[in-house]
Every structure is written in C-alpha cells, then in structure tokens.
Design a protein around this ligand. Structure first.
Ligand code: PMP
Length: 443
C-alpha cells in the first residue's frame, strides 16, 4: 500500500525554507489533474474550434470530440442515450440549480433533502419548493427510518428526494439504490449529488424500469482529476425534452421568429451559449483514466487508506473524529475524515499542517452548516448565538472541523506524515503563534 497507483508528487516550501514533499489531503475540495488528462487537453488544443455551428474541418473535429466526451460521461455513469441525457455545465452547483428550474415544481410541492447535504444540494431546493430535511443518526449517517416516515407523512406531495452519494464532511455513503426503491414506491424521483462519489466508486444510474434506478446524478470535473470549470447533469431524457430552459440564447433553439421560439431537443436546449469543449474533453479523459485504473481497485485502495487513517488518528491524544470512526466499516464510506484536535482551534491545526508540515487539508464548515450543527450537537440557542455574533462581524464563534480527504494516489506514507504532524501539534510542538492575524484573530 506504500506505492502510488498514479504518482502526483509535488514539493512546496515550508516555514523553515526547506522544500517538503507536499502531501495533498484535500481531494474532497479539488483533485490535482492527472497527467493523462493534461496530455489529452494539450493534444486537443491543436483542434480547438467552436462546436456545432461551424462547418470548418477543425470545428467538425471539435464537435466530434465534444459529443464523444458526452458519450464517455454517459458510459461512466451507466446512462443510455434513449433514456438519459448528459448536459454539460460548469459544476455540480450549476447542475443542481439547473435541475431545480427544469423540474416542474410548485411552491407547495415537497422536496426531501438530507441534513448532511452540501449547501449546493439544499439551497436550490429551498428556493423552489417546500423542503423537509431527512434526519441523521448519531454517526451522521442517513436515517432511513425517518426518510420512510417523511415519505408517508407527505405521501402524494413529494416530487423529489435529493441526497448526496457521499458526504464531503464525514464520507458517509447512503445506500443509494435501497433509498431509490423507497422513493420510487412513493411516486417521487431521486437526485444523487455525486460530486464526492464519482471519483471513488463505480456509478450506475440504472434503467428507468428498474425500481432502484437514480433519476438524476450530478458531478464536477475538478473533483475527479480534471481541471476546474466543467460539470455534468445526467438525468432522465423526458424531463429535459419538455419545458423551457432557464438560460435562453444561442444553441438552445431550433428556430426563432419575431414572436415564437421552437426549442432545440435535449441536451442542446439546456446548453446555452458556446460550450466549454476543452473542459468536456478533459472530464472525459479523466473518466477514461479512472476506468482504466478500475473503480473497484480505487475503492479498495481508498478503503484500506481510510481504515489505516482511522486507526492512526484515533490513537492521537485529544483527537476526536466526527462521523463513523470504525475502521471495520471503512469500505462503506468515502475516504473523508473530519476531526478536531482538542484544545487546538481547527483553523490553527490546518494552518500549521500546511505551513510547517507541507500537508494540505481543509477546515471550517465545508459548505454544510446544517450537518455541522448535527455533528457538533449544537442546540437552537447555540445556533442563535453564532448568528448574532456573525451579525456584529465576529466570525470566531462559527464552529468548524479539520478535514482530510484521500485520492487514489495517496499512500499510507502520506497518512503516517499526517499522524506524526498531528501528534506534534497535540504535544504543542509547533510554532503556530506566527499565523494568527492580530486584527481578526483568524489563522
Ligand atoms: N456537493 C458536494 C457533496 C460537494 O462536496 C461539493 C463541493 N465541495 C459540491 C456539491 C459543489 O461542487 P462544485 O463546487 O463543484 O459545484
């Protein structure tokens, strides 16, 4: 397990001026681009041209590359072009917002959203429908019994259940296909936010006549070893063959007269303006690279890393993991671990790891405030307190955690470095005082 599946070594200067190998444990935020992806993009740049509307040779090649990328994305999630469409956009957030506009929703319709969602899979729904939050258990996992009760209580009014495929805070992975069966039995549809899941697990959207199918999935290229700026919404064709797009303009239409518009078929109707062909080509290259490594192999490697990390981290004095910390269940969750190292502030721990040890992690609330409220057991009064401090510009009361997240290129050696650094911090062996901003108190 010490060898890398794919080497992405980088070195960065640390505080004492030496160059250290940079250990990137912030893959849940964005992953480094794979060499294969960068090579494919460089080759494609020779054929760089606007797609669809051009008849020039380069434009045809670019159009072909764009449509091939669409097919690769479809294959990666097990979609079938008769039943599904792949709509390219800029990221998961945009994809979910698009779906929230494209689903026919009335303000009294109910959308069930779990309390572990990233804000990107919660706030768009709050704006369009009545949202009921699905509760979680003590380990921060989806409470399926509560989901069952909500499906009964709001029977006939639920249009959609929107859940994550894997949490960006605790790595919790709901049993998607089991949930999908319940959702469909209640006459609703299911969206799975696969921003975290897609780079780590085999994904299968499933055929529409399978009760365990997923109706919509979304993903972001920058979390799956391709550059920023591209995402995809993959979902049932019938939803996107009707209705009007939320963005209108070039590319979305078949014909426009002075007083009428004939919309284009899916997916063109939902891809307004000149698309990001380079981004689509890069995303497809990343998916091909992941598939050739093998999603099973990636999942196995990351589960071993996660089990190892859970064992090493729980042995550190003052370190408390939020979410499931049992190494024996490592294969049932993603390699995302959130923790605090008492009594050290999360922001200080993250800053010291980066600047003194060359280890990149993340800290804060990870765009999942309701989830942090659950994990930290904050009461209603605590939440009011945070809100009133923020109203007067004091952010120090905002709670937070430190998060490490693994990619398939990480090794147990990276985890050893992390564990040693955290042990040093826990013994007070760091110079962190240098990083505190005197005016804001932030690190
Ligand atoms: N959902 C989850 C679970 C995420 O982790 C993220 C990114 N942190 C998003 C949605 C949003 O992705 P993006 O910023 O690429 O739109």
């Amino acid at each position: 397990m010490r060898e890398r599946i794919v080497g992405i070594d980088q070195r960065v200067p640390v505080l004492d001026g030496s160059l250290r190998r940079y250990v990137n444990l912030d893959n849940a935020a964005s992953t480094p681009a794979l060499r294969d992806v960068l090579d494919t993009v460089n080759r494609f740049m020779e054929w760089y041209a606007s797609v669809h509307r051009g008849t020039g040779f380069k434009s045809r090649v670019a159009t072909r590359a764009y449509e091939d990328a669409r097919e690769t994305v479809a294959r990666f999630v097990g979609a079938d072009s008769h039943q599904h469409v792949v709509i390219f956009g800029k990221n998961t957030t945009e994809a979910i917002n698009k779906l929230s506009y494209r689903l026919p929703l009335a303000s009294e319709d109910v959308v069930l959203v779990s309390q572990m969602e990233h804000h990107s899979n919660d706030l768009p729904w709050r704006a369009r429908a009545r949202v009921e939050h699905i509760g979680l258990d003590v380990l921060g996992r989806l409470d399926e019994a509560h989901l069952g009760r909500l499906l009964q209580t709001h029977a006939g009014r639920i249009k959609l259940v929107a859940i994550t495929g894997g949490s960006n805070v605790t790595g919790a992975m709901p049993d998607l296909h089991r949930v999908a069966v319940k959702v469909h039995a209640a006459g609703a549809q299911i969206l799975v936010d696969c921003a975290q899941l897609a780079p780590h697990r085999d994904l299968d959207i499933g055929a529409l006549d399978d009760p365990a199918h997923l109706d919509y999935v979304t993903l972001s290229a920058h979390k799956m070893y391709a550059p920023f700026g591209t995402g995809a919404l993959i979902g049932r064709r019938d939803t996107f063959e009707r209705g009007e797009p939320e963005y209108r303009g070039g590319g979305t239409i078949e014909f426009v007269s002075l007083d009428d518009v004939t919309w284009a078929d899916a997916p063109d109707r939902d891809e307004a303006g000149t698309p990001n062909v380079v981004g689509a080509v890069a995303l497809a290259a990343a998916m091909r690279a992941l598939s050739s490594i093998g999603m099973e192999r990636i999942a196995r490697h990351e589960a071993e890393l996660t089990a190892y990390a859970l064992k090493r981290l729980t042995a550190i004095r003052g370190l408390r993991i939020y979410g499931d910390a049992d190494p024996l269940r490592a294969s049932q969750r993603l390699g995302v671990i959130a923790f605090n190292l008492e009594p050290h502030p999360h922001a200080l721990v993250a800053a010291v790891l980066a600047t003194e040890f060359g280890i990149g992690v993340r800290n804060g609330c990870f765009c999942a405030h309701p989830y942090l409220i659950h994990l930290l057991g904050l009461t209603h009064d605590d939440v009011l307190q945070v809100r009133s401090s923020m109203a007067v510009g004091d952010r120090s009361a905002v709670p937070g955690l430190v998060r490490v997240s693994f990619g398939h290129y990480n090794t147990t050696d990276d985890i050893d470095r992390l564990a040693e650094a955290l042990s040093n911090i826990s013994r007070g062996e760091y110079q962190g005082k240098y990083y505190q901003d005197r005016t804001t108190g932030e690190y």
